[in-house]
Design a protein around this ligand. Structure first.
Ligand code: SF4
Length: 210
């Protein structure tokens, strides 16, 4: 990427990181997914029970492969015959929960929209530590922009990935549907936290996920 362009992106990342820290979340900015893996490993202990929320970012950044490496007790929801419901429930008592975020505002808020709600439930309460991994493309100015980002990019792309029969997979943007397979059932805004640094955000200077 052009250096001048990246400098501007990096400033935006740093500004967002500062706002997240003000909201009692830990935040670190890194240039690459490779660096992010080192940071994530430094935030976990060998043998930790680890669960994840559905996320393309975690695959693209190499996090899922890293978790499969044997250092952690990774409850892998993606293996054949996995007890997905059991893993969703086990997430509440896990040591670490890894996920991305649909958007992160420059004001230091996480914005997430879920279909099942298991991902936002674990973000809000349960796991001792929550690590949010996100590319710079997830950063938006404010909640209004976050809402647009989800309606125009994240939700239609995720609905397409999951093979949902929702109107957005045909039109490419939100139609505020009443589909049985609607993936936008619950919206959670994560602002200033009571428990300092339970939520840890790793902002990566690469475009990752949707
Ligand atoms: S509300 Fe329906 S149409 Fe809109 S993004 Fe969500 S699933 Fe797609």
């Amino acid at each position: 990427m052009d250096k001048n362009k990246y400098d501007v992106i990096r400033l935006k990342m740093e500004r967002t990181a500062e706002a997240l820290r003000d909201n009692n979340m830990y935040c670190e900015c890194v240039d690459s997914a490779e660096e992010a893996l080192d940071v994530i490993e430094s935030l976990m202990n060998d043998g930790d029970t680890v669960t994840v929320g559905g996320s393309m970012t975690l695959f693209e950044a190499g996090v899922i492969d890293m978790l499969r490496g044997g250092r952690y007790n990774f409850l892998d929801r993606y293996t054949k015959n996995a007890d997905v419901q059991g893993i969703y429930e086990a997430a509440f008592t896990s040591d670490v929960y890894l996920m991305s975020s649909n958007a992160i505002t420059e004001k230091g808020e996480l914005y997430n929209v879920d279909g099942n709600g298991n991902r936002v439930a674990s973000l809000i309460w349960g796991p001792k530590s929550v690590i949010v991994v996100a590319g710079y493309n997830k950063i938006v100015k404010d909640i209004e922009e976050a809402k647009v980002r989800v309606q125009e990019i994240a939700a239609p792309a995720n609905a397409t990935r999951l093979g949902c029969e929702t109107p957005c997979t045909k039109t490419g943007h939100c139609m505020n549907c009443s589909s049985p397979q609607r993936i936008c059932a619950t919206t959670v805004i994560t602002g200033r936290q009571r428990v300092q640094n339970r939520i840890k955000v790793i902002l990566i200077g690469e475009e990752l996920g949707y």
